[in-house]
Design a protein around this ligand. Sequence first.
Ligand SMILES: NC(=O)c1ccc[n+]([C@@H]2O[C@H](COP(=O)([O-])OP(=O)(O)OC[C@H]3O[C@@H](n4cnc5c(N)ncnc54)[C@H](OP(=O)(O)O)[C@@H]3O)[C@@H](O)[C@H]2O)c1
Length: 229
Amino acid sequence: MKVTIVTGGTRGIGRSIVEKLAQEGWVVYFCARNREKISDLEGILEEYKVKGYVCDVRNWEEVDSFVDKVLKAEGKIDLLVNNAGIGVRGEIDEISLDDWHSVIETNLTGVFHFIKKVAPYMKERRKGMIINIGSLASKNVFPGGSVYCASKFGLLGLSEAAMLDLRPYGIKVATVLPGSVATDFFRSGGDQSWKIRPQDIAEAVWYIVNSSDRALPSRIEIRPLQIKS
Ligand SMILES: NC(=O)c1ccc[n+]([C@@H]2O[C@H](COP(=O)([O-])OP(=O)(O)OC[C@H]3O[C@@H](n4cnc5c(N)ncnc54)[C@H](OP(=O)(O)O)[C@@H]3O)[C@@H](O)[C@H]2O)c1
């Protein structure tokens, strides 16, 4: 059976990816910070092979131990999905130091932690896939987006350079860049009917997973079809 790790799996896009891969028969390990939400999702998906752990992607020791548990149980990781992310909006001089560090450490350093830990095992097998959830804010800036855009521009650079490093070992690294998705992210609220559904991002992940052995779809951008009225 195929084995995956999905970070930030309890809500929104990550949860849809967990559900999709579980329904397709994968063994799915996911993490988040809130233990209760992890148990809730394990309960909802109990008919599948799904297990969650508390792991803050910002913390190297927690990442190291989480991945070791998966390797001990399964002996391999076929797919790593780096999805966990947070957003903070504010004009550049209003961003607190704490918010700056939290966003950069979650959206950028957290992804580095997981790739650093998982890549050597994938290199050894000379196969594997890493899918990083970026954002259209990895390419486009918006007012109040300085810290979020910095983290997501950085993530795209990290992801695409890692793609070049790992490609010679048969490892695919891809970045998915969604526009606005209907989740609780940015505490957006209001009418979300025009936005992309989290399931649509899970379908993009599934497309990459099923790409042929000879092809590497390294970057996918997804926009809402409707324009916000
Ligand atoms: N929603 C959008 O419009 C949109 C658009 C483009 C890109 N994205 C990207 O898509 C990803 C997921 O977004 P979403 O909208 O699904 O967000 P969400 O609904 O807020 O879910 C975020 C998930 O990440 C987990 N998480 C947050 N910080 C974490 C940490 N330090 N360690 C481990 N887990 C952590 C959360 O659980 P805990 O809080 O329990 O840790 C939760 O499971 C993010 O990378 C985001 O930047 C979102």
